[in-house]
Each structure stands twice: as C-alpha cells, then as structure tokens.
Design a protein around this ligand. Sequence first.
Ligand code: BGC
Length: 449
Amino acid sequence: MAQQAQYPEAVEILQHFSLSEEKMHEIIHRLTKEMNMGLKKETHPRATVKCFVTYVQDLPTGKERGKCLALDLGGTNFRVLLVTLKSETDVDTESKSYVISKALQEGPGKQLFDFIAECLSDFCKEHKIEKDNIPLGFTFSFPCKQNGIDNGTLVAWTKGFQADGVVGKNVVELLREAINRRGDLKVKVVAILNDTTGTLMSCAFRERNCRIGMIVGTGSNACYVENTSNCETFEGYQTSSKPNMIINCEWGAFGDNGVLDFVRTSYDKTIDLESVNPKKQIFEKSISGMYMGEAVRLIVVELMEKGVLFKGRTSQTLQQKWIFNTRYITEIESDSPGHHRNAAMVLDQLGIRTTNERDLACLRFICEAVSVRSAKLAACGLVALINKMNAKDLVVGIDGSVYRYHPHYHALLMENMNLLLKGSVKFQLMLSEDGSGRGAALIAAVSNK
Ligand code: BGC
C-alpha cells in the first residue's frame, strides 16, 4: 500500500479494475441467469451464453484404452497428436505443432482445412499410420452448435480467427472433405469437442470427481456436468437413460448484451473496438491472454503520455496495438518482490531503457491489477457453475497459457473462490495434462465403441 501511494495517477486508473465482493456476487447472479436462458429451449435462440450440449454423457471410467488421433485447433498452435491410453496412469502422447499463419486464420476456410489435412497427413506418414483408419477426435475450440458427437456447426469465430466460409457449416464435414480431397489418408473422424470438454475429460480420467473444465488461455470458457433433464435443447432430454450431459457454456460471450457494462472500463471498450470481433466475447476480453496485455499497454501509454511514466521518454514500439504480449505480464509478475529484472527486460524489448525503480514498480502494479481482475472474473464463473450443480466436493480441471504460466494465477483463483464460497464447498483446482489431446482421445475411444 505504501508503495502504491507513489503513483496516485496509476491508482486512480486501476481502481476501475477492482471488483468488490458485492460486485462479484452480482456477476455470479447475472451469469447464472444467462446460463439458464441458454439451457432452456424457448430462450436459447436469444441467449448470449449458449450452454451448448456436447453429446458427451459419459465421464471416463479410467478403463478406456486404445490408440487415437487428435487434432487441436483453437489456441496458439495447431497440433496433431497420437495418444495411446495404456492404463490410468500411463498415457503415451506423440505430437507435433504447426503454426497457423495470420493469412490462414483470415483467408478462405477451404485453405485452412486443406492445411489441417496436410499437417495430419504429414504426421500420419511420419508415424506410418496413414492407412490404419484410426479414430480421430477433433478439438475445435470455437463456439459450435452440436447436433451429434461428430457434428458441430461453427456459430462464430473468436480469438482472431476469421476464415471465410466456415461460420454456419459443420466443421467435421469440412475436415472430412479436406481429407478426402487429398486421398492419401484413412482416418475415422468420430468426434468433435471443445477444449474445455477435453480438459474435463482428461482430468476426470485421473480424478473421478472432476465436474468442471475451464480454459484461461488465448480465450476463456468452461464446461460442466449438467443433469440431462435440464438440457432442453437436447432432443432426448426427457427420455435419455443417461443422467448427465457435459455443457459447453461458451461463457466468453457473457456480457455481449450489456449485462457486464456495470464493471467494464473505458480500456475494455477500447480493446473491444480494436478487436476483429467488436461487441462480441465481452467476458472473454476481460479475462483471457489474448487481451490482458493490451489492457496493460493502454494504461502504460496513457501514463506515459501524461508524463507520469518514463519521464521525458516515449516509445514508438509501445504505441503499436497488441504489441504487449500477455507473456510479458507473466514475466513481470515472476520477478521476486522488490526486484525488477524481468520488468526492465520487457521494457527494453519495447524500446524503453529504464532502471527507474519507481517506473518498474508501477509497471508491475498495472500488470497485477489486470491479472487480479482476470482471476476474480474467472473465479466468479467457476462459483456460478459450482452453485448451479449444487456441488459440495469437486475437482476443477484447468488449462490454458494464463493459468499454466502465470506465477500467481492459481493462488489468485483459490483466494477469490474461498472468499466467495466461504468454506461451503470442498474443491481442488487441477492443471490438466494436455486436455485437448487426451480428452479428444478419450471421447474418440468411447465414441468408437
Ligand atoms: C471459444 C471457446 C474456447 C475458449 C478457450 C473461446 O474463444 O469461443 O470455444 O473454449 O476460447 O479456448
């Protein structure tokens, strides 16, 4: 606190990022309401938080075995994986990452799917499995309306993707067509899933009590286990013999109808306008890695222009939108207290040479405010799901670059969930081991039975 008094201008700005307990409870209340609208048949079409049924009704038993391929599209890299489930504790994964260029993300959809098929072919040939007709699970981490375990229509692109001619199409079909166009591969695409579902499944394989899968990475979202009888958009919701259904919340879109305006800052509004999908994914834009760095940059630039930071110096580099990678936040907050080695290095990379302790401490202070708010919002989301399930003892599986690499994110989530739940629920937050790959393999293994 004493330190903060040194930068009153920063304190002034950052107070807009603080979330009181009262506001957090209001967010939980509003999210719950939006989710219920997504689940109900009558309100689903106009709901912002869609709560899509995933057609995954069985959680792993731990007995799943076999060899499956997985494709993982939706994060920083595109990956092809070959997963062999040998035993509950022995899962063998071989994988290869490929870069999806900006041109592919924004070009014709056909080119994107041809590239995916090309990578798959390259990988299968390397492993000499191109003719083996291995079941494949497609982890496609964008909002999809599913009509079956192997049928998902893209509703909208998120996270910077914009490829033409994909929205409104069944992406499994697009993948099968691209594979067939090549004619050099025999694989069986048996399932499409979201990364949150993969995360839940892979954690549940180890921890049978896992009921939520959350991602805080480039984007943010969560899935949870709902009673089938509440899933009105699922045809057989009243007659299904299976009691459970994993629901992909697509909570990133929470707030797209204005219900989060009471906590949004002017910086959030600027980020939204700068993004390729303005007015969409409002909750995600205050939480996830694609946007956190930009919030820090906007605040730093404002303080620099006011002459509060880096006295007398400006940086052209820092003026560039999106230049402040969220990785920098992770690095800056990894400095031990009172030390600013990483902070100085980051600024150096951005064209500002300073050893001014006050400036460096202020930069860290800004990063912390953005991280804390992200974790508080994610905690609100988790608590809404826990309350919805009326769970008293559960494991939450989590993945994504922010949760994985930020030095304090786990502790911040724990602190805020404890604050909100007040000891009423026993919970554990568990880092998922490659949910997108293992989860896809588990679902493919079950679906292929
Ligand atoms: C997508 C979700 C995904 C999340 C995390 C969001 O932008 O809409 O489907 O689960 O990112 O990757």
